[in-house]
Ligand binder design. Sequence first.
Ligand code: NAI
Length: 262
Amino acid sequence: MQIDFSGKAYLVTGGASGIGEATVRYLAEHGGQAVIADINEEAGQALVAQYPDQLRFHATDVTELDQLVAACELGATTFGGLDGAVNSAGLGSLGTTTDMPLEEWHKVINIDLHGVFYACRAVIPHLRQRGGGSIVNVASLSGVRADHGFAAYNASKAAVINYSRTLALDHGPENIRATAVCPGFIETPLTAIPGSIEAIKSDWLNAIALGRGGKAEEVANLIVFLLSPAASYITGTEIVIDGGMGSSNNQPNIPKIFSSMS
Ligand code: NAI
């Protein structure tokens, strides 16, 4: 898939790694420009060094609105404006309602939900100046259905999905589109540790219709499509990208069980 992003510039939170990084690479390799807003300065600067004309890094903690405002200012002054945002910064955290430390709940909600809100609040004035734009929020399949033991993550990702709908309603008249993408198991640094535990990985692979984890580049392909004019009538919705993981109702695999009995 080839989309020309010449003359277009974007804010990408979490752009130093994984899905955000793959998105930044696609944009840079297809004529686009981006500000990477991330706490990982070393990885972000290394990416900028590979595409010095196309990328800038702004050390940004997405829980700080003023840092996101500054990241957008950097994009606007360097590239002449911003045409959209990809909000990919995020993390997961194990914990149930009763066992999770309160600080952990607040940390996850701060990064995974407030961080998306702050980024949108910072970027929308720039999109207005361009006459519109596209915001893609990276939610999760975990915002559509629940996991065992990920209370804060599940709550924040579900909130991001519905927040993306309200963004679309509120800012559609300004020609600003907003969507949420909901990945399943994608092989990135975020999933490297659980993915290295055999019991977790085999449960994951059994649950995925395509029988493999997704690549960050496959999610980036969806994100750049949603950024582009090819998606000009798509807004206010979530799109699941999970290799079929969410398609099951978790009933037993009866044909498989029967055939193992015969
Ligand atoms: P990753 O760990 O490779 O990348 C996340 C990036 O966010 C890192 O560069 C990290 O430095 C940055 N980040 C973390 N906290 C930050 C903060 N406070 N301020 C600024 N930057 C911060 O993870 P991955 O897999 O690329 O995840 C990206 C998004 O996709 C996350 O929102 C995650 O929840 C979501 N997701 C990932 C899935 C997967 O299987 N990898 C599945 C579903 C959703």
